[in-house]
Structures are given as C-alpha cells and as structure tokens.
Ligand binder design. Structure first.
Ligand SMILES: [Zn+2]
Length: 96
C-alpha cells in the first residue's frame, strides 16, 4: 500500500482580502492568527492597488481570505468591481 503525503493543492481565489492594518485576536491568553482590521478591500496577488483603485503596496494581504469575506466592513467600491453588486454597507458606517 502506498501512502501519499502530498496535500491537495487549492487554487488561490482571484480576489483576496486586503486591509491597511492587521491585528491579532487574543483569546484566553493565547493569540489567534493575524486577522484583518478595518475596512476590507479586494486585491489580486501581484497588484499594488485594490480593486477600487487605492494604492495598497504596504497593506496586509490575507492569503486565506477570499474577497468578499463574511466581514461586516467591506469596501463597496471593491465589492462592486468584484461582484458587480452592492451589499448595503459602505466604508464601515451603516445608515440607521
Ligand atoms: Zn476598496
């Protein structure tokens, strides 16, 4: 019997979550992974701009998060470019 140690290769999503800053989320004294902080934009690997056109060369790029994620703070410009639709939130501020 042959056992393969290779893991299946998942292709990268076309659009990844990119934010100006990242943060660690501490839970019970231990920290989780580096996570997005603030408005989430969409960016492609190798691009220095977000889908909405902001220069993002030194921004965080989250390789494990496809855009749009389940975040409540999503850039409407990027969402429109990536999906062609709006989700009802803008730059993180909700109308009340
Ligand atoms: Zn954007």
């Amino acid at each position: 019997m042959t056992v393969s140690l290779e893991r299946p290769v998942r292709p990268l999503p076309t659009w990844l979550v990119s934010t100006r800053h990242g943060t660690r989320i501490y839970t019970h004294g231990a920290y989780a992974d580096w996570r997005p902080f603030g408005v989430q934009h969409a960016r492609q690997v190798g691009s220095n701009r977000t889908a909405c056109g902001i220069a993002a060369l030194d921004w965080e790029l989250f390789w494990d998060l496809a855009f749009p994620s389940e975040a409540s703070v999503t850039c409407q410009g990027c969402l429109h470019v990536v999906t062609g639709r709006d989700r009802g939130t803008s730059t993180g501020l909700r109308a009340s």
